[in-house]
Design a protein around this ligand. Structure first.
Ligand code: URA
Length: 194
């Protein structure tokens, strides 16, 4: 691994069976916003890119509404191999992939990490979370001795099952965009205000 790409890994026997390929993060290596999802789904597994299915479309729409494009952000997952039948990653699988995620975060060194859904939120914050209630809140964690701010967000797929989460999701993405000063042309971070 060069900090961002994992080219070979055999740490999780079941995921090695279920994956077609390793799905690495995508987007600029110096992005100010780094989104973290749970793990690749079927489309991601076949195309080798994160968030290219329906969840990715929901995310792209909310980014666009906030003055951002996919090219402005980096996006990755807690685990890089598709779990069988799209089940949640197991604790040992999350732990096996943690080194890659931490290395990606510290290499990109974003202003803000945005956790999409319960799994990445609990994984990075190291505690139980109620994402619907906490979406839009910011917490500071330490990675490799450095402070890193994390914005909790509901998973884009949640908006497909529960329409009431659409507003929560788009408001949280708008908060992320505002924090990095997207769309206002001055490129100044608003993070000090949070
Ligand atoms: N959901 C995720 O959490 N990650 C993806 O890459 C796609 C869907």
């Amino acid at each position: 691994m060069d900090g961002l790409e994992v080219t070979a890994c055999e740490r999780c026997p079941e995921l090695c069976e279920s994956r077609s390929q390793i799905v690495n993060g995508d987007g600029p290596a110096d992005a100010e916003l780094l989104f973290v999802g749970e793990g690749p789904g079927e489309r991601e597994d076949s195309e080798g890119e994160p968030f290219v299915g329906r969840s990715g479309t929901v995310l792209d729409d909310a980014l666009r509404d906030s003055g951002l494009g996919r090219e402005d952000i980096r996006i990755t997952n807690c685990v890089r191999c598709r779990p069988p039948d799209n089940r949640d990653p197991h604790t040992d699988e999350l732990a096996n992939c943690r080194e890659y995620l931490e290395r990606e975060i510290t290499t990109v060194n974003p202003e803000l990490v945005v956790t999409l859904g319960k799994v990445p939120t609990e994984h990075l914050l190291g505690r139980d979370a109620r994402v619907t209630e906490e979406s839009g809140s910011i917490e500071e964690i330490r990675l490799d001795g450095r402070p890193q701010r994390v914005l909790v967000c509901v998973h884009p797929a949640a908006t497909l099952y529960d329409g009431s989460q659409k507003e929560t999701f788009s408001n949280t993405i708008a908060t992320a965009a505002e924090i990095v000063g997207a769309g206002d042309g001055d490129g100044q971070s608003r993070l000090d205000g949070f």
